[in-house]
Design a protein around this ligand. Structure first.
Ligand SMILES: Cc1cc2nc3c(=O)[nH]c(=O)nc-3n(C[C@H](O)[C@H](O)[C@H](O)COP(=O)(O)O)c2cc1C
Length: 347
């Protein structure tokens, strides 16, 4: 079997960590995986947990009303192995957010994070996401209302600004106002958002990144935990950022190249990096249970397609996994694994 070695310490077998095998107490935000709608659902997070036992995982954004009035088990349910896991909420009504935060706490989440960074039209219509950056007092009220009802950290994910409100005094006033309500952790996507004219995707690419402003925030507000997000693509960049702030949050890299997440985790926590095969083997019982509960392979498989990114057999793995027929159960899974084994043996 092939192994990926890091300092000759790759592991061949992998067990899911004990519940709450968490990050070192003083570094809970050192490595985070970003909230991503349609992507970081519970299956994705379970997979990421296998790759990165101490990373802090974030849910997709859940709108406060949905958490209160929707199908809670479907929207909020998660596996205990996912700890530490944060629930990201969207909303701007302090009472509703407080109710949703309480529900999140009852479900067992480790953190409630308020989305002040998403620029989509749908979110703007609901007066939340990035447009909330122009209403720091309201965000402070939301934070205070949530903190009043949960004992968990209530944190904020924001940008450097929105539209023409993006200078340093604006950004600092936002952070200081929200911090005064008891938010001690800021995840900063290190670019502004343009609320009109750019799609959410463009808003993750076009406004330039400016890490220096996030570093300056940490320098000037050392009492805050500052996590930098946006455009982190390799270990060198991550190391450079971690020399300045408390944590990094990875989004697209972790999703598209999940094994990079495992390698980065190994570097940051000096732990062995599991082989891809060990990760897949550890996932099998989870898939089996999901299928047994009436679920489909594709719900889980779609998050795993990038595991062999850049490796022999990557294309065959993706093809086999995505073409597994509904109802084929673990046979589709085993075929994909056999395909990649075949190609790797031939390589
Ligand atoms: C498909 C997708 C969905 C996203 N959904 C959310 C979301 O629900 N909440 C949020 O705060 N950010 C969301 N984001 C933004 C990411 O959390 C992150 O801030 C952004 O991708 C920049 O980080 P990256 O360069 O490491 O990908 C999403 C990003 C992507 C690609």
């Amino acid at each position: 079997m092939h192994t990926e070695t890091r300092k000759s310490r790759a592991t061949e077998s992998l067990e899911m960590p004990e519940e709450s095998t968490t990050t070192a107490p003083n570094q809970p935000w050192r490595l985070c995986v970003a909230p991503m709608m349609e992507w970081t659902d519970r299956h994705c997070r379970y997979f990421h947990r296998l790759l990165a036992p101490r990373a802090r995982l974030y849910s997709e954004m859940v709108v406060a009303q949905a958490a209160i009035f929707g199908d809670r088990r479907r929207l909020l349910g998660f596996d205990t192995a996912e700890h530490p896991v944060a629930l990201q909420l969207g909303g701007s009504d302090p009472a509703l957010l407080a109710q949703a935060a309480r529900i999140g706490a009852e479900f067992g989440y480790d953190e409630i994070n308020l989305n002040c960074g998403c620029p989509s039209d749908r979110v703007q219509a609901g007066r939340f996401g990035a447009c909330l950056m122009t209403e720091p007092m309201l965000v402070a009220d939301c934070v205070a209302a949530m903190r009043a009802v949960v004992a968990l950290p209530v944190t904020v994910k924001c940008r450097l600004g929105v539209d023409d409100f993006d200078d340093e005094p604006f950004f600092r006033a936002f952070v200081d106002t929200v911090a005064s309500a008891g938010c001690k952790v800021f995840v900063v996507h290190a670019r502004k958002a343009w609320l009109k004219g750019l799609s959410p995707k463009e808003n993750r690419e076009i406004p330039p990144l400016d890490y220096a402003r996030v570093f300056a925030l940490k320098r000037d507000r050392p009492e805050l935990t500052v996590v930098l997000n946006g455009g982190l693509m390799d270990q060198a960049a991550i190391d450079a950022v971690l020399a300045q702030v408390d944590g990094v949050m990875l989004g697209r890299l972790a999703y598209h190249d999940p094994y990079a997440l495992a390698r980065i985790h190994g570097e940051l926590f000096d732990t062995p990096v599991p082989s891809r095969e060990a990760v897949l083997a550890a996932l099998r019982p989870y898939i089996d249970a999901h299928l047994g509960g009436g679920g489909e392979l594709k719900h889980i498989a779609r998050h795993i397609l990038g595991l062999y990114q850049g490796q022999p057999g990557a294309r065959q793995f993706r093809r086999e996994l995505s073409s597994a027929r509904p109802g084929s159960g673990l046979r589709g899974w085993d075929r994909a694994l056999a395909a990649v084994e075949h190609w790797r043996a031939a390589a």
